[in-house]
Design a protein. Structure first.
Length: 406
């Protein structure tokens, strides 16, 4: 704790900031006696895989205390597993050892964003000179400007970025959002229209379509705006166009079983049989982690192994979990089996504990419809639309049902 207090002392932070603001690319190794021992968080409640990863990086820093990379990568491992205080220490030291490596300053600014936004912004402004760090650093700087109410500077940074890349969709959307919030709807609309592909009546990204829809509503074109918002659910997110290497590298260092389960699912869907075995092992070792159990059950469903899927989900309920996702999964299995009564039972149990569950309500409507209980089904579809007015599929299903029952 003494080390942490030392690093969060205001004088220390000013010293660190002065080093970071120099922005030079030369390695400036501090005197060895000024580098403290690396901090090690309390790992008593950590998953074994996480504890092993943290201790491994800690040992590397102990053996190489003058290595910016060792400190920075240790910070990333701590950061990825939410040991935030200790990661700030490591990123600060890494930035001192190598001020020219943009990664450590970016990660440090991200950590300081809530606790010390002024220092975070100063670090990012220094780091973004000469377009270092690319789009992720720019967007972080703009976010920090906006969080501090410095909208004019945020707009200036975005317009400067558009001068060098006038068609960057992430920058266009962020600038349009800023203009819209400043009640400059016409200018925001013109910007978003520049994203349209030839002959297309809708922006290519979810965020752009939603924003354009809100603008149309504000301008009095309510029907057009609501249509755009409805169409947005089928569009990809702008995140696919933002090559955020920083977050990608950070995520690569995660070792907690929930994250490893997600990776196993992605690989399994790509045909990796070993990944399926890895996911089974995670479920066996951590039966309390419902998400991994559901991932494995869904894979079993995809392979047509409905019995195995049902056993996995039922096992989660029998082990004492009250997670509503297990009931949702069981209902999905029963729907695949066309066991409408059992599916209805699971869905009604789900809605007893989560009445506002949109998927639960829409699935119940479908199950009732399959049983010929059309009035109940229509009521359930309407309930779903009350909860999610933009659901085009539910709206179309209700319209078909109402036509057939007239």
């Amino acid at each position: 704790m003494q080390i942490l207090r030392w690093f969060t002392n205001r004088c220390w932070r000013v010293t660190i900031l002065s080093v970071l603001l120099m922005g030079c690319g030369r390695h400036q190794t501090p005197p060895k006696e000024s580098i403290p021992a690396p901090p090690l968080p309390d790992l008593s409640a950590a998953y074994p895989e996480v504890a092993e990863a943290v201790r491994g990086r800690f040992k590397i820093v102990e053996n190489h205390p003058n290595s910016a990379g060792a400190w920075g990568r240790y910070g990333m491992t701590l950061d990825a597993h939410e040991f935030r205080e200790q990661s700030v220490v490591c990123y600060s030291i890494a930035s001192r050892l190598d001020p020219g490596d943009i990664r450590w300053r970016y990660y440090l600014a991200m950590q300081l964003r809530n606790s010390d936004p002024d220092q975070a912004l100063a670090i990012v402004e220094a780091a973004s000179t000469g377009n270092q760090g690319g789009l992720p650093v720019l967007l972080l700087k703009v976010a920090l400007f906006r969080e501090q109410g410095r909208n004019a500077e945020a707009e200036q940074a975005l317009r400067a970025a558009l001068k060098t890349d006038e068609s960057n969709p992430a920058v266009v959307i962020e600038l349009a959002r800023l203009l819209f919030e400043q009640q400059n709807s016409e200018a925001a609309k013109l910007l978003l229209l520049s994203l349209h592909s030839s002959g297309s009546s809708i922006a290519p990204f979810k965020e752009a379509a939603v924003l354009l829809g809100k603008i149309e509503v504000t301008l009095g074109n309510t029907a057009d705006g609501e249509k755009l918002i409805l169409q947005s659910v089928e569009l990809p997110s702008i995140q696919i166009a933002v090559d955020d290497v920083f977050h990608r590298e950070l995520a690569a260092g995660r070792r907690d079983p929930l994250w490893m389960g997600q990776l196993a699912v992605m690989k399994a869907r790509g045909g990796d049989d070993v990944a399926v075995m890895r996911l089974r092992d995670l479920v066996a070792r951590y039966p309390e982690l419902v998400a991994n159990r559901i991932h494995l059950a869904m894979l079993m469903m995809d392979e047509g192994k409905l019995g195995q899927a049902k056993d996995l989900l039922q096992g989660g309920l029998e082990s004492g979990s009250d997670d509503s996702r297990l009931l949702m999964g069981l209902a999905a299995v029963c729907i695949e089996q066309k066991d409408w009564k059992a599916a209805e039972g699971h869905l009604r149990s789900l809605l007893l504990v989560d009445a506002a569950n949109v998927s639960g309500n829409s699935d119940l409507a479908f199950v009732l419809e399959q049983q010929g209980r059309h009035d109940e089904a229509a009521a359930a579809y309407r309930q779903t639309l009350d909860l999610s007015p933009t659901s085009r599929q539910v709206r179309e299903r209700l319209e078909v049902l109402e036509k057939t029952t007239r």
